[in-house]
Design a protein around this ligand. Structure first.
Ligand code: TRP
Length: 337
């Protein structure tokens, strides 16, 4: 691994929950960005198990999914010689900074978070403090590493905004400690929608299994799901998100899988029916995922290797995090001896 802190390279930080299946939407929308960014930035990617327990989890399943997430990120192309790929709970600095930042964050700010409002509504009566505090933990994740860029989906925009506000407030009150990060949304067009209701985002928690493609779906399933994808009655392949949300979504998925642009795709399917088009999309996606799946299944069997990555990378992350935490501790007036 290269030396971590070369000053001329900016720092990219992102996290993902160990929630079992990831979809092609997660891949084309987020993780593919990560893989590209690691070439030009010092990157840290974190499997956020502390965030996961803000919702009820089965302990054995959480542990298994943490391994699976690390294996999948490696299979997707996160390069452990270039990036730091680690597990949040293995770096205790995250919790400690969260506490300090809790004391600089207002109840009102957290009450306004739309994700909290959505999730707490679903939880009914006993809303957990951890769920309310989720964005502060995320701010700690980001601020510990003097992060420049945070590649996230649109749903996390508000949380990154809050991390900026907290950083600015802390710096003003205690003196400069944190870099103020920026959200990074990557190239446009990577917002992959449901195959069944193409005006909604593709989601792994959708009850209709035909609405999303899991990264681990086998080729037959992938092709079948694309065959069943909702289109329209016009029978012409061109891009118009308003008029043709289904076809446009399939075109974007095809573009992500093949690297072809939308115009070329229109030309490719001129005069052809939706049957041919959907089959081509299915095959392209299946073909893209096949090597990823092969690597994933191989890596999952290499438990010792995964453990070694988790251990060494968490140590590296911890060393970086400690520098920032030590400074914050000093600024707020904790004793150092
Ligand atoms: N909350 C993010 C999500 O659900 C995951 C996350 C946790 C994260 N910590 C982060 C993303 C820090 C970016 C930076 O998608």
């Amino acid at each position: 691994m290269k030396i971590i802190e070369i000053p001329d390279k900016k720092i990219v930080y992102s996290g993902i929950q160990p929630s079992g299946t990831f979809t092609v939407g997660n891949y084309f929308g987020a993780m593919k960005n990560w893989v590209n960014l690691q070439e030009d930035y010092h990157s840290l990617f974190c499997v956020v198990d502390l965030h996961a327990i803000t919702m009820p989890q089965n302990p054995e399943e959480l542990r298994r999914r943490t391994y699976e997430s690390i294996a999948l990120l490696l299979a997707l192309g996160i390069n452990p010689d270039k990036s730091i790929l680690y597990v949040q709970s293995m770096v205790p600095e995250h919790c400690e900074l969260t506490w300090i930042l809790n004391c600089c964050t207002y109840m009102g700010e957290l009450s306004r978070m739309t994700q909290f409002k959505d999730k707490s509504q679903k939880q009914g009566e006993n809303i957990r403090v951890g769920l309310f505090d989720y964005p502060v933990l995320m701010a700690a994740d980001i601020l510990l590493y003097q992060t420049d860029l945070v590649p996230v989906g649109n749903d996390q925009r508000q949380h990154v905004e809050l991390a900026r506000d907290i950083a600015i407030r802390f710096n003003q009150q205690f003196g400069h400690t944190f870099k103020v990060p920026e959200a990074y949304f990557g190239e446009s067009g990577a917002r992959i929608m449901s195959l069944q209701e193409p005006t909604r985002k593709m989601s792994k928690s959708d009850d209709n299994l035909n609405s999303f493609i899991s990264l681990l779906d086998d080729p037959k399933t992938i092709i079948k799901k694309f065959k069943r994808a909702v289109t329209d009655s016009e029978m012409a392949v061109y891009h118009d998100r308003e008029k043709k949300p289904g076809v446009s979504n399939l075109m974007e998925i095809y573009a992500c899988a093949t690297g072809n642009c939308l115009d070329d795709i229109t030309t490719e399917f001129e005069g052809k029916g939706y049957g041919d088009f959907k089959a081509a999309v299915g095959e392209a996606v299946a073909e893209t995922l096949l090597p990823v799946q092969r690597d994933y299944h191989r890596l999952l069997k290499e438990k010792d290797y995964l453990k070694q990555i988790m251990r060494t990378h968490s140590e590296k992350a911890s060393m970086m995090a400690w520098k920032t935490l030590a400074k914050a501790r000093k600024q707020v007036g904790f004793v150092t001896v």
